[in-house]
Design a protein around this ligand. Structure first.
Ligand SMILES: [Zn+2]
Length: 184
C-alpha cells in the first residue's frame, strides 16, 4: 500500500482517454489499494486512476461517514465503491446544479450541472459485474470521476469557476454539498 502523487492538468495523462481494465491481477489489486490510501490521505470523496498517472478505467468513490453525512445520504454514507470500466447506462433527465472541486485542481471550485441520478455498470475489483444506482451527491461524484476516464475535467463544463479563499480551502474532491435544493 502506498500513497501516490496526484497529478495536475499540466500532466497529459489527465487529458488522455484511459484504457479498459482487462486484467484483475495482483498489480491491479495494488493499484486499487494505492488509490484508496491516496484518497484517504487527501480526504477526498472520489478518485480516478488517471489522477495518479495510471491511464486505466477504474474509479473509487466514498462519501464521508460522519453523523451528518449519514443523516443526509443514508446508506450511501461511507460506502466504498470500486468500479472498473464504469459506464453510465441510465441518466435522469433532471439536471441539478452543484459545487464541485477536484483533487487535481487544488484551490478552485466551480458550479456544474449534473444528472440528478444515474445507473452505473462496471466490474468490481475482482472483475465481477456490478451495478450502482446513485442519486444526488453520489451521482455527482460518479459523473465527475467517470469524466476523468475520458480526459474531461469539471472546469471544462463548469458554468462558473472561482478560487477558494485560503481560509476556506479544503483539500477535498467535491467538498460542497448540492447548492440546489438538496437533491439527494
Ligand atoms: Zn476530479
Amino acid at each position: 500500500m502506498a500513497i501516490r502523487k496526484i497529478i495536475q492538468p499540466d500532466n497529459p495523462t489527465l487529458r488522455r482517454k484511459a484504457r479498459r481494465v482487462i486484467s484483475f491481477d495482483r498489480d491491479f489489486q495494488q493499484l486499487v489499494d494505492d488509490m484508496i490510501d491516496t484518497l484517504d490521505e487527501a480526504q477526498g470523496v472520489g478518485l480516478a486512476a488517471p489522477q495518479i498517472e495510471v491511464s486505466q478505467r477504474v474509479i473509487i468513490v466514498r462519501l464521508p461517514d460522519d453523523e451528518e453525512s449519514r443523516k443526509e445520504y443514508g446508506k450511501d454514507a461511507g460506502v466504498l465503491y470500486v468500479v472498473a470500466n464504469p459506464e453510465i447506462i441510465k441518466a435522469s433527465k433532471e439536471m441539478v446544479e452543484g459545487v464541485e472541486a477536484c483533487l487535481s485542481i487544488p484551490g478552485y471550485y466551480g458550479t456544474v450541472d449534473r444528472h440528478e441520478s444515474v445507473v452505473v455498470t462496471g466490474q468490481d475489483r475482482k472483475g465481477k459485474p456490478i451495478r450502482v444506482k446513485a442519486k444526488g451527491w453520489l451521482a455527482r461524484v460518479f459523473q465527475h470521476e467517470i469524466d476523468h476516464l475520458d480526459g474531461r475535467l469539471y472546469i471544462d463544463i463548469a458554468k462558473e469557476i472561482w478560487e477558494a479563499r485560503p481560509e476556506d480551502a479544503q483539500p477535498e474532491e467535491q467538498p460542497a454539498k448540492e447548492s440546489a435544493s438538496g437533491s439527494s
